[in-house]
Write a protein that binds this ligand. Sequence first.
Ligand SMILES: *Cc1c(COP(=O)(O)O)cnc(C)c1O
Length: 357
Amino acid sequence: MINVTKTYLPNKEKYKKYIDEIYENGWLTNNGPLVQRLEKRLAEYLGVKNIILVSNGTVALEIAYRTLDIKGFAITTPFSFVATTSSLVTNNILPIFADIDQNSFNLDPKNIEKLITPNTSAIVPVHVFGNACEVEEIEQIANKHNLKVIYDAAHAFDVQYKDKSLLNYGDISTLSFHSTKLFHSIEGGALIINDDKLVQKARYLINFGIKNAEEIPHLGTNAKMNEFEAAMGLCVLDDIEEIKAKRKTILETYQSKLKGLVQFQEKKEKATENYSYFPVVFKSEEELLKVQKALNEKQIFPRRYFYPSLDTLDYIEPKQECKISRDISKRILCLPIYAELEKDIQIQIVKIIKENI
Ligand SMILES: *Cc1c(COP(=O)(O)O)cnc(C)c1O
């Protein structure tokens, strides 16, 4: 069975050495030595100042909102994984959807300003499939209206924009290290915080709001990464360049063989690729369903990322409608891409697509 992705498993002996270390020191969680080591290595590798590791990417978003005291309304994109929106709703923040650009699939800054009201306190864009958002325009709008910006950067691990980490934009960026992501720690995530003054607060928030044995100044939660997860992260990080190189070859093969037949995502200039996803847009939902069915018959399972468009979620009131996001959602499919995807299977995928469009 071929899925949209396959979790990368590093060398087992190497992972076992870390497990031995954990057994020797008996430190399983609560900001242990491996979590600290992974934080240091990631800060260096990604080129960011402050990084805090947490238990997953969803809770990273929630901690970001709480660190910045986001209340009322947040303008966000309907074209994302559901956690971008659900994390807002669970924190009593109403998502206000701004439609996307039909070529980049990212929140279109043109649609933001008209949605701002006195209740708006934040913008929550997503670098969809690792494609850098219009970060400068978003920054301008945010500064003009005194809004915070939280980037859901779950797909944007190691993306550079104008030669520096994309994660340095916004007040906070969040990452997901779920097993299905480019870089993973089984489950996991991170916050990248630009203002040094907020780092300590976020660290309290991930540990129940506790400051010390006597003081609990914040309403916190439990969002800690454990040592077994950090060990996995350390192993995967050793291999990340090799993983990216293999994915690059796969992405380029798809691009050359499918050019002109399906719509590709338009990438932002001066930003690097991380080869995390390969989305293609078909002419119609009908065409997509036909291709999907043909692939499924050969045990190949691409994913309808992102479907449905989040402005159609039942639990969001008042009802909103983003036409472009709904349209792209119905026609987009993410093709299998991962380090060990075999060439002949990729050729078969391309052939099946060509036969069904
Ligand atoms: C995966 C993902 C998340 C959630 O991350 P988890 O680590 O699975 O909680 C949030 N936003 C986006 C865009 C994602 O792709």
